[in-house]
Design a protein around this ligand. Structure first.
Ligand code: SAH
Length: 211
């Protein structure tokens, strides 16, 4: 799986500006046991570079997108990162291998509880999962060095921009579910605004309005 992901980095380097996977992300991808985070019925397919259904009508991204999104955050081992859309917990585990602390929000309670339990079983002590609406972010844990949104938003949620540190990055698929979405990288400016860069056309499940 790691070599397939490497090959996709090479194919997309003109768009992404990244010639290869960072060593930290490569190590994380090689280490995280994807088969223990996806539903048991999907375990045999866990190491293909494909999206997978995880229940609740939700799908998790192919490992290439997980790796690329992580690299686009420019993660460091002293970073505190917020993930929106815990899903299976796989992206959270990859993040947990490369940063200090991960906070992750999931709106579907059963998915969030299952992911938290599996992450705990795998020994991740630096991931905290909460059930809630990711549009609001997690103000009690802010500010964040990085924010990774793993469901497509029609617009960038203002609360998330607010909770990002100056110089921090947000990686987010922007666009509606029936139109082209782009994976975007936002960098927060000192004046509170952000600079944005479109990276790739992508297809994510939509971010749903929370309760
Ligand atoms: N990062 C996940 C995959 C996420 S799929 C993984 O690695 O497995 C997108 C997830 O976002 C789904 O689980 C979906 O339920 C969740 N989601 C959708 N809208 C949300 C919202 N408003 N707040 C938090 N999570 C949301």
């Amino acid at each position: 799986m790691v070599s397939e992901v490497e090959a996709m980095y090479a194919e997309t380097r003109a768009e992404t500006g990244l010639t290869s996977m960072s060593p930290a992300v490569r190590a994380a991808l090689a280490k995280v046991e994807r088969h223990r985070l996806v539903p048991p019925a999907q375990a045999s397919a866990a190491y293909r570079n494909h999206p997978l259904p995880i229940g609740g009508g939700q799908t998790i991204s192919q490992p290439y997108i997980v790796a690329l999104s992580t690299d686009l955050l420019n993660p460091r081992n002293d970073h505190v990162v917020l993930e929106v859309g815990t899903g299976s917990g796989y992206q959270a585990a990859v993040l947990a291998e490369v940063v200090k602390q991960v906070y992750s929000i999931e709106v579907i309670e059963s998915l969030g509880r299952t992911a938290a339990a599996r992450l705990d079983e795998l020994g991740y002590r630096n991931v905290e999962v909460k059930i809630g609406d990711g549009y609001q972010g997690w103000p009690e844990r802010a500010p964040f060095d990085g924010i990774l949104v793993t469901a497509a938003a029609p617009q960038v949620p203002p609360a998330l921009v607010e909770q990002l540190k100056t110089g921090g990055r947000m990686v987010i698929p922007v666009g509606s579910s029936d139109a082209i979405q782009y994976l975007q990288v936002l960098t927060k400016r000192a004046d509170g605004g952000y600079d944005e860069k479109r990276v790739l056309p992508v297809r994510f499940v939509p971010l749903v309005p929370g309760k």
